[in-house]
Design a protein around this ligand. Structure first.
Ligand code: HEC
Length: 173
């Protein structure tokens, strides 16, 4: 009788061990499959190395500065240009250059490059309308959006006429 009880306990112990081993291996499988999943997810999340835009600059056609402005400056043209300058889905120049053209302080920390000061009369008068037009048209990849993607040619000339009104004489000391 004693032997019988002993054998029974032994069998019970073996059964417990076996089921524990089976449970552990199921667990291992579950773990290893989640790790492979995680690895797959990770590889999908890997982003390409950050592009470097710091050397990008204007790529304008030759003689861009010789292009003549076909839209005469008028109150109407300036008003249209202002609307485009401010409109988010159009020029959205205000996002970087600010309402005065001197720069949008609030957005400055988010910009890759400090925007040019469009209120700087000396600087702005050194550029022909044609040069300004082409800069607005082509932009700089990663730095300033190409205006031709969102505005017609005529609209871009209105913007040129408008930003001419932003240039201010430097304050007298
Ligand atoms: C994402 C920010 C951003 C937006 C939006 C933007 N600009 Fe610019 N802009 C810049 C930066 C930065 C520069 C200076 C680039 C350089 O010279 O390296 C610049 C330069 C310019 C220049 C050249 C000035 C110079 O002295 O050479 C003009 C003109 C100009 N922007 C007009 C505009 C107009 C008009 C719009 C709207 C249609 C506009 N920008 C939208 C960032 C922006």
């Amino acid at each position: 009788m004693r032997n019988f009880a002993f054998a029974f306990l032994l069998l019970l112990a073996i059964a417990v061990l076996l089921s524990a081993a089976a449970f552990a291996s199921v667990n291992q499988n579950a773990n290893s499959s989640t790790t492979t999943n995680r690895n797959q997810n990770d590889s999908r999340q890997i982003t390409p190395p950050q592009q470097d835009f710091s050397k990008n600059t204007w790529e304008l056609p030759d003689n861009a500065d010789k292009t003549k402005n076909p839209v005469p400056t008028s109150e109407e043209s300036i008003a249209k240009g202002k609307e485009l300058y401010l409109e988010r889905t159009k020029g959205n120049c205000v996002f970087c250059h600010g309402e005065t053209g001197a720069g949008n302080e609030a957005n400055l920390p988010r910009l890759r490059r400090k925007p040019a000061d469009l209120s700087n009369k000396e600087r702005m008068s050194s550029m022909t309308d044609g040069e300004v037009f082409w800069k607005i048209t082509k932009g700089i990849t990663g730095i300033m959006p190409a205006g031709e993607k969102r505005m017609s040619e005529e609209e871009r000339w209105h913007v040129v006429n408008y930003i001419r009104t932003l240039a201010k004489e430097p304050a007298k000391p």
